[in-house]
Every structure is written in structure tokens, then in C-alpha cells.
Ligand binder design. Structure first.
Ligand SMILES: [Zn+2]
Length: 338
């Protein structure tokens, strides 16, 4: 508030002295406007012949830059629109080739989906994407290892606009109002409601001192458009995570369990999950994690293999085989940070 008054006063003084140029005013405004940090506007599933052009126009009129998570298939069909996204100063990213449920595919199929899209985007625009968003936000250890091989950073979202779910323009604008510095909002390059929300989203962000920025390929969080570390709030130390259990297979004497670890609204750098068995159950094998055991053999503590980085809302999985020994109940699971 003080700063704003000072700027107005300074502008008045300078204008009175005949020294103020339009450029100086807008630069000063821009600097003040982004004091709260940066957020990322993201548009998935394009490019789309019926919407991309109007979306680009709306973003230009609002002075906002965004990240487009394109599918390889659509880039191949509409290379000119992918070029237009890049030419307008937006960031272009990988959203798979055909938008499948990646967690149901083999490692080879996942590699095909991601690498073909890298090639299509490179071919159309000359840009090599550094960011990848799995369709439906569905990911697991296999998806993440393919991402790592291709040098891609997984980006989910911190706010879901629900535009894919029939949200109105007002509801999309309202969702964007909950963005915090560093956050990422999920929208789609497919809906008129989404395009109509652009001016109000950007103006409401400005009212909160926030500016649209780029997504850092290092942290998966929004930073200034030039990639500099200018004011974004660092992820709160610790963060939070949740664990969800699912039985994936059963035989006459044993079953496989899978635990999905998901980060909360802040990025996390590590996690610890406990799996508590009952009765005569014993774990015979584990995968995608490093286990440790208590003296009873009933409580397994699982930690990530390598680093446990998860961006806000992102998830990973680990699994194990339980010898039932007559007890078929599901183990209790929990997650904590670090
Ligand atoms: Zn999608």
C-alpha cells in the first residue's frame, strides 16, 4: 500500500517535471506488480484448431505468458499452431502422444508416448521440452523413470480449474484466486469458458501482486519469466504427503500391494511410509523403495530409492508381496515427511 502511494506520488512529481515517460511508468508498475511472486498458467491437450488462436489472443491482450502441455499427436496435426505458441513467447511442454492412462502401459509404451512427442515438438518448433505432465496427473515409478531418461521434469498442478469438468468462466476465475506464489493451475486449450477467464484471472493476480511466470524445470514451481529466482516463496520445509493402499494381485498364498505416495500442496524432498501387517503376514519382496523392518517383522518402513522429490500434488508408488499365512486383510499404510 505504501509503495503504491509512493509510486503515484513519484509519478505525479515526475509528470509535473515533465520527466516521466510511458516506458518508465510501465516498468515501475511491472516491478511493483510482481512483488508477491509468480504463478504458472498452464493449458493442456492442444494445440486445437478451434481454440488455440483465440487463447493466444486473450493471453497477448492480458500481457500474460503461459505453458502449453501439448500432445504430440496434435502438434503433428497442427504444427503451425505449436509454432504460434512459441512465437508468442509461451513455453511448450510434453503431455504424451495420445493422452493414454500411462500407468496402465509398459515402460516401452510409455517411452514411445513421451519420446515421440519430444520429436514432434522439436520438429515443429525447434524447442526441446523440459517439462512433462502425465495425462490425468497419473504417474508411477515407471513413468518417472522414463521422464528422467528423457530429461523431463514432471509437473502436476497445485490448483485444478475444473474447466474440463464443465466449470463456468466465473468458477475458473475463482479457482485461480486460490493460486499461491510458485503454484501451477491446470486449464485446457479446448474451452471458450477458459479463454474468457484469461483477462479476469490476470487482473485478479495483479491485484494480489502475482504475475504469470514460467515453470522451473529444476523445481517444477512457477518462477519469473526469465527463469530467475525472483520472489517466489520456497516450499515450506517438510511439506506433507499421503499414502494410499491398493491390492494389485492375489494368488493362493500371497498378494501384491501397491502404495501411492502423494505430495500435498507443497513440494517435498523426501518421504517415509510405514506399512503395518497383521497376523502371520510377512513381506517376501519389495520394489521401488528401500525397506527397513522393526523387530516384530510386522512394520515395514519404506523410503524412496534415490531422492524423494515430489512436486505439489505429484505421486509415486512402491510395491511389495505379502505372504498371507492365512491373513488376507489389507495392511495399514501411512506417510510422513521427511
Ligand atoms: Zn490432458
Amino acid at each position: 500500500m505504501f509503495r503504491q502511494r509512493f509510486a503515484v506520488l513519484a509519478a505525479a512529481v515526475l509528470a509535473g517535471a515533465g520527466l516521466l515517460t510511458a516506458a518508465a511508468t510501465s516498468e515501475a508498475d511491472a516491478a511493483a506488480a510482481c512483488e508477491g511472486g509468480y504463478v504458472a498458467l498452464t493449458y493442456d491437450d492442444g494445440p486445437n484448431p478451434s481454440t488455440t488462436q483465440s487463447l493466444l489472443t486473450a493471453l497477448r491482450n492480458a500481457g500474460a505468458r503461459a505453458t502449453f502441455f501439448n500432445t504430440g499427436q496434435r502438434v503433428q496435426q497442427n504444427p503451425g499452431l505449436a509454432q504460434a505458441q512459441v512465437a508468442a513467447g509461451h513455453w511448450i511442454a510434453n503431455h504424451s502422444w495420445s493422452h493414454p492412462h500411462l500407468t496402465q502401459l509398459s515402460a516401452a509404451q510409455i517411452t514411445q508416448e513421451l519420446s515421440q512427442t519430444q520429436s514432434a515438438i522439436q520438429q515443429a518448433t525447434g524447442v526441446t521440452p523440459r517439462l512433462f505432465r502425465p495425462p490425468y496427473g497419473e504417474t508411477n515409478g515407471t513413468v518417472q523413470s522414463v521422464e528422467a531418461q528423457l530429461g523431463l521434469r514432471e509437473v502436476i498442478w497445485s490448483v485444478d480449474s475444473q474447466d474440463w469438468n464443465g466449470a463456468s468462466t466465473a468458477q475458473i476465475v475463482n479457482a485461480a484466486n486460490s493460486l499461491q506464489a510458485g503454484g501451477v493451475i491446470l486449464m485446457h486449450d479446448a474451452y471458450q469458458t477458459t479463454i474468457s477467464a484469461v483477462p479476469q484471472i490476470v487482473s485478479n493476480l495483479a491485484g494480489r501482486g502475482l504475475c504469470p511466470g514460467m515453470i522451473s524445470p529444476t523445481t517444477g514451481r512457477a518462477v519469473a519469466p526469465d527463469g530467475s529466482g525472483t520472489p517466489t516463496t520456497p516450499p515450506p520445509a517438510g511439506g506433507s504427503c499421503t499414502a494410499t493402499y491398493a491390492e494389485t494381485q492375489r494368488w493362493g498364498d500371497r498378494f501384491n500391494g501397491q502404495v501411492t505416495i502423494r505430495a500435498g500442496s507443497a513440494a517435498i524432498t523426501s518421504w517415509t511410509s510405514t506399512v503395518t501387517l497383521t497376523g502371520g503376514q510377512r513381506v517376501s519382496t519389495t520394489w521401488n523403495g528401500t525397506p527397513a523392518w522393526d523387530s516384530t517383522g510386522l512394520i515395514m518402513t519404506m523410503r524412496p530409492n534415490g531422492n524423494g522429490n515430489l512436486s505439489p500434488g505429484a505421486s509415486t508408488t512402491f510395491g511389495f508381496t505379502v505372504m498371507a499365512n492365512g491373513t488376507w486383510s489389507a495392511p495399514a499404510v501411512a506417510c510422513r515427511t521427511p
